[in-house]
Design a protein around this ligand. Structure first.
Ligand code: SF4
Ligand code: SF4
Length: 375
């Protein structure tokens, strides 16, 4: 894989696809072999976390025998995601303790990156950058040569991110969620890239959804010359010049091989991207007119989790992900669409003026059928 600058602040170069350490195989030997296979195939940046079970330990074992020198190693933590001890907080001292703990778990004497994990509100951001806070702690570790660089990961609003990007001189990379089905962070990614921050994309296959069959996306893939929906999804991302790289979760060798093959097929041509954007915009208009998940329709007198059912209907109807939608519906907890007594209270409250009762009948007819267990 060709490499590109990892933003303008760190001096690193990275390939367009790298390794996410969240879903490694449970067996340690298998995980070690798979990580090494990924590194041998050209993946270079490794993203893990103190909160990903034993991911750091498996990666540490994989990085023996000369593999450490081949990679850019990054881990992350924050107290609002994972409290290792009840006293954990956002102080510089606490983050130093967690940095050293992660280094022990990874069995390394240096981390290329240590990130603040999941800033998802202004309050989190302010806590992280406060005097004597997490960022100060990471900067101290940088000056002590335990860590090389820093950044943060996020699921915050685009509006907030646009302000952080302006303020965060300390930040060299940001990890965003972004994919074919969810281009929400488009603007924030472009703003970060323009500031010289390396932009990393997690969840390129929308939590595995883009590994499933969808007649709509299959047709789109064929029209732009992609050989599969996952290839369509990956090439869509690397066609965005503001996206530096993506991280892919690996559970088996073909996850690595397919990703590398997709990246090596290269970005789409401008005309192909225009076609994709047009088709996706049409889908998003249809989606926008549907359920926003605002929850104003709740509570339902029968305890039906209406927005969750609407979400499965959207996957089924708009994107054509029939089996995942049926499985998702089947797995929902609590009363389902067939418990609706047609009282009409939810429709009166729906902000999108949706025919909720008819939609629930649609769910009974289309989602409460099919084979389950497809993920
Ligand atoms: S119409 Fe059905 S879904 Fe809506 S509030 Fe009444 S029982 Fe619940
Ligand atoms: S009020 Fe309407 S749009 Fe909002 S969650 Fe309920 S069904 Fe969806």
């Amino acid at each position: 894989m060709k490499s590109v600058p990892f933003g303008q602040r760190s001096g690193f170069r990275v390939p367009r696809a790298n390794l996410g350490g969240m879903r490694l195989p449970p067996d340690t030997d298998e995980a070690v072999a798979l990580i090494r296979h990924a590194i041998d195939a050209g993946l270079r940046y490794i993203d893990t976390s103190r909160g990903y079970g034993d991911s750091e330990i498996k990666i540490g074992k994989a990085l023996k025998n000369g593999y450490r020198e081949k990679v850019i190693l990054s881990t992350k933590w924050s107290p609002w995601i994972t409290r290792i001890e009840a006293s954990d907080d956002t102080s510089a001292d606490c983050v130093r303790k967690r940095i050293e703990e992660s280094m022990n778990r990874l069995d390394v004497d240096y981390l290329d990156y240590y990130q603040v994990w999941n800033i998802d509100s202004r309050e989190h951001y302010d806590q992280a950058v406060a005097k004597g806070g997490m960022v100060d702690g990471i900067q101290k570790a940088i000056s002590d040569k335990l860590v090389g660089h820093t950044g943060f990961t996020t699921h915050d609003t685009v509006e907030n991110l646009l302000t952080y990007v302006e303020e965060a001189d300390w930040c060299e990379i940001i990890l965003f969620t972004y994919n074919l089905l969810n281009p929400l962070y488009d603007k924030a990614i472009a703003a970060a890239h323009a500031k010289g921050i390396g932009t990393i994309i997690m969840n390129p296959l929308a939590g595995g959804l883009l590994g499933h069959d969808s007649p709509l996306l299959k047709t789109l893939a064929e029209r732009v010359g992609a050989r599969s929906i996952p290839e369509l999804a990956i090439r869509f991302l690397i066609s965005n010049p503001a996206v530096t790289t993506l991280i892919t979760g690996i559970a088996k060798p073909s996850d690595v091989d397919d990703t590398v093959a997709a990246v090596n097929r290269g970005p789409f041509a401008p005309a192909e991207m225009e076609l994709l954007h047009q088709a996706l915009a049409e889908m998003l208009v249809a989606n926008k007119a549907f359920c926003t998940g605002c929850r104003y329709c709740l509570p339902c007198c029968q305890g039906i989790e209406i927005p969750a059912i609407m979400n499965q209907i959207a996957q089924y109807r708009f994107w054509g992900f029939q089996k995942p939608a049926q499985t998702g519906y089947h797995d929902l907890k609590g009363p389902k669409a067939d418990a609706c007594i047609q009282c009409g209270q939810c429709e009166a409250k729906c902000t999108q003026h949706l025919a909720v009762m008819d939609e629930l009948k649609y769910a009974v007819q289309n989602l409460a059928t099919g084979e389950f267990g497809v993920r």
